[in-house]
Design a protein around this ligand. Structure first.
Ligand code: AVI
Length: 316
């Protein structure tokens, strides 16, 4: 049984039916996400980029401070994607008196290949050790690699975990860190709920395509027969919890057959919803609480002037 089919069987046995957003990122999904990052409604990417453009030197100093001039610094980025924003930080880090290596980690092999090629062209002096893998592989790198580490987890990727998963994941990340290491986490902050919801329901329908791509992928890789026009992309935001959620809602009663599950079928009721992604939004006290819960201290908080997004430097 293939991995994706197994995930479908497991996710469809839950109530509500669930598919993980980590399966969004095949080659098509990664391209769609790149388009999303440039959409007028999707503010997080350009806001974090502006923070790096305006405060990059101070962030680089905060990240390299623990390493000093005496030990090499490995910048390990989880979910590196196209690295567009990180390149600003890397340029600033290259100006610090430290021997730097960049270790981008991403689940998408195509994203890692494109990033590696662009880094060779744009930052030819930067030693790079790309890793096409899930986050768990990066945790091994963190635990075994000598020298200081600056771990980057940007773009509010942390928001794609449930609150419980956020604690577990950050605890795992914090566990191998030494006092010389730093962690930089990007958090999308709570704001006007309509702006948040619009960021996941863009007028051009790119986010809807991104969500539908999950079904396309299940059709292609698990032999499922989802009919895409029988589904609706539905995002909702709960301002009381900061939970931004995306759903695929079935427009009619339907039965889906999955070849990779020996032809197993799944009945879906009219207007039944499949949960496909959560993108949690945070407050600053909540971030401080999360850090404290996993034994990390907040070293410095970098925000845009409007307070839409925060990049937080953490250390043990
Ligand atoms: C990758 N992640 C932080 C994005 C987010 O905002 O949750 C993925 C995304 N989903 C829909 N639009 C963007």
């Amino acid at each position: 049984m293939n991995h994706l089919a197994e995930h479908l069987a497991q996710g469809f046995s839950q109530t509500p039916k669930t598919l993980s957003s980590k399966y969004f990122y095949d080659t098509t999904g990664s391209r769609l996400f790149q388009q999303i990052m440039g959409l007028p409604e999707y503010y997080p990417t350009r806001t974090e980029l502006a923070i790096f453009q305006e405060q990059g030197a101070a962030i680089a100093r905060a990240l390299a401070a623990g390493a000093g001039a005496s030990q090499p610094l490995a910048v390990v980025e989880l979910g590196a994607g196209d690295g567009l924003k990180t390149k600003f930080l890397l340029r600033e880090l290259l100006a610090q008196p430290v021997a730097l290596t960049y270790v981008p980690v991403d689940i998408s092999a195509s994203a890692i290949a494109e990033l590696t090629a662009s880094l060779h062209a744009e930052l030819p002096g930067l030693p790079t050790e790309p890793l096409a893998a899930e986050y768990s592989a990066a945790l091994t790198t963190l635990a075994t690699r000598p020298g200081a580490k600056a771990v980057l987890f940007l773009g509010s990727n942390i928001g794609n975990f449930t609150p419980d998963e956020q604690v577990v994941f950050l605890r795992e990340l914090a566990q191998p860190l030494t006092p010389a290491d730093r962690l930089l986490v990007g958090f999308d902050l709570r704001k006007d709920p309509r702006r948040i919801r619009a960021a996941y329901d863009d007028a051009q329908g790119i986010t809807a395509e991104f969500n539908f791509n999950l079904l396309r992928r299940l059709n292609a890789e698990a032999g499922a027969d989802f009919e895409l026009d029988a589904w609706q992309h539905f995002p909702d935001y709960d301002p009381s919890t900061g939970a931004m959620r995306s759903w695929l809602v079935s427009r009619r009663a339907q039965t889906v057959r999955v070849a990779a599950l020996a032809g197993q079928t799944f009945d879906i009721a009219a207007w039944e919803a499949i949960h496909t992604e959560s993108s949690y939004k945070f407050s600053l006290p909540q971030i401080a609480g999360l850090a404290a819960a996993v034994g990390l201290r907040v070293v410095e908080v970098f925000q845009d002037a409007a307070g839409d997004f925060a990049d937080v430097v953490l250390a043990v």
